[in-house]
Design a protein around this ligand. Structure first.
Ligand code: HOZ
Length: 438
């Protein structure tokens, strides 16, 4: 692994060219490295726990495609299954047996889901879940939480996390005021704020959508009692509780965050892991709510690529692998080992630092606080320290998300060797942070 700054000339050339033809040179804003400075990398291959950039540099990858590559890149089970499907066609614009198989599997793994519809992205999943919740309740108001991100749905792009936070624009231009007037935004992990809002407006609220483990303001798990409060107020007021598990579903545990915290949402949105890295999303839940969808009900929702056979094939192959006994124990152990090692090196360098973990997702915070559980604490973290850490890690062959507001991901391909490489790099990165602070 290189110790000198890596040469990334070819990435830089590609970025220059990309900026001529693609807005900002990227197809999704966080990729532009605006949160860390410098030029974004362009990649040409992935192998297990590694990414290879356009200049042939190898990196241990903790982005994992922003979550889906829980088995690592190019897992043979997925590639073999896709090769078989490729010969049978890329799509039919009609129903397939494999769609029924994946729907049945999802319903069996997540007992809160009685009926599920496949779409092509997480954004589509949350947008459709909100629509069916509104149709079911015949109400318009929606509740979301500050720093939570549910894709770029108009009414949810209010005080949003992820790229919206990275760009410093948690509210987007182009979203009509009339749409966001229907959205209430509350602080995450603040049960009193939830109780108060529902006491005043509960009967107008169609649904409350939450990332049960917030993964778009770095990683912030729910505090004890928070998700229980959400369940109670929604029950009391006849509002639909939506868990956005696009990131956490099949990631923090096989049964997602809802299985860890033992809360049954009315609807769940999914994506990422269930497509094995191909574009997919899904939303599902109570049958009486899902029955409102067309063709049986009056809520319209559709998609040309929905249930695409390649995405479903990759998803089924992934579900088979991750359902094997002990899979999540091993992932959780590796993630824990990684975080313990990072903490130890930060402490040795005298850098204020703390971490959060949920299964194979993690958050790193340059903060004096022992625990980070609120949006304001995330926003108070030292960004300069993060930038120094990020770039030193990158120069030493470790690819972290290029933003202080994104979660990290560990895959089954992150073995002890990859952790060692990471911790060696981290020693240098924390020492660079400490020197920068002198
Ligand atoms: N929304 C993703 C992070 N939470 C970023 C997706 C991307 O830039 O590819």
């Amino acid at each position: 692994m290189s110790l000198a700054p890596l040469s990334t000339d070819h990435s830089t050339e590609l970025y220059d060219l990309a900026r001529r033809y693609i807005p900002g040179g990227v197809n999704s804003p966080v990729r532009a490295f605006k949160g860390v400075g410098g030029n974004p990398l362009f990649f040409k291959a992935g192998e297990g726990a590694y990414l290879i950039d356009a200049d042939d540099n190898r990196y241990v990858d903790y982005v994992c495609g922003w979550g889906p590559f829980i088995l690592g890149h190019c897992h043979p089970a997925i590639i073999n299954a896709l090769q078989l499907q490729l010969k049978r066609g890329l799509g039919y614009g009609a129903s397939t047996e494999a769609e029924v198989e994946i729907a049945e599997k999802i319903c069996n793994i997540l007992p809160s889901i009685e009926s599920v519809r496949l779409v092509s992205s997480g954004t589509e999943a949350t947008m459709s879940a909100i629509r069916v919740a509104r149709g079911f309740t015949r109400r318009d108001k929606v509740v979301k939480f500050e720093g939570c991100y549910h894709g770029h749905v108009d009414s949810l792009l209010v005080k949003a996390g992820s790229g919206a936070l990275t760009m410093g624009e948690p509210d987007s231009l182009g979203v009509p005021r009339a749409f966001t007037d229907l959205t209430y935004v509350l602080p995450f992990n603040d049960s009193d704020a939830v109780e108060n809002l529902f006491a005043r407006h509960g009967d107008e609220i169609a649904c409350l959508i939450v990332e049960p483990v917030a993964g778009n303001m770095n990683l912030v798990p729910p505090q004890a009692g928070f998700l229980e409060t959400l369940r109670e107020v929604c029950d009391r007021h006849g509002s639909v509780l939506i868990f956005d598990e696009v990131m956490t579903g099949f990631r923090v545990a096989l049964g997602g965050a809802q299985s860890i915290y033992n809360i049954k949402p009315d609807l769940t949105t999914l994506g990422k892991v269930i497509g094995g890295g191909l574009p997919v999303g899904a939303f599902g839940g109570r049958k009486d709510i899902m029955d409102c969808l067309a063709p049986d009900g009056p809520v319209y929702q559709a998609g040309t690529l929905s249930g695409n056979p390649l995405a479903v094939t990759a998803g089924l192959a992934t579900l088979k692998e991750i359902s094997k006994p002990g899979f999540y124990d091993q992932l959780g152990r590796q993630t824990q080992k990684l975080l313990a090692g990072l903490q130890q090196r930060a402490d040795a360098a005298g850098v204020p630092f703390t971490t959060n973990q949920a299964g194979a997702m993690f958050g790193c915070f340059f903060s004096d606080e022992k625990t980070v559980s609120h949006f304001d604490q995330v926003m108070a973290c030292n960004l300069d320290n993060f930038k120094t850490f990020f770039h030193t890690m990158l120069d030493n062959g470790i690819y972290l998300a290029p933003s202080a507001y994104e979660a990290g991901f560990v895959s089954a391909a992150h073995l002890d060797r990859e952790l060692e490489l990471t911790l060696d790099a981290a020693e240098k990165a924390f020492s660079a942070v400490a020197s920068g602070n002198q």
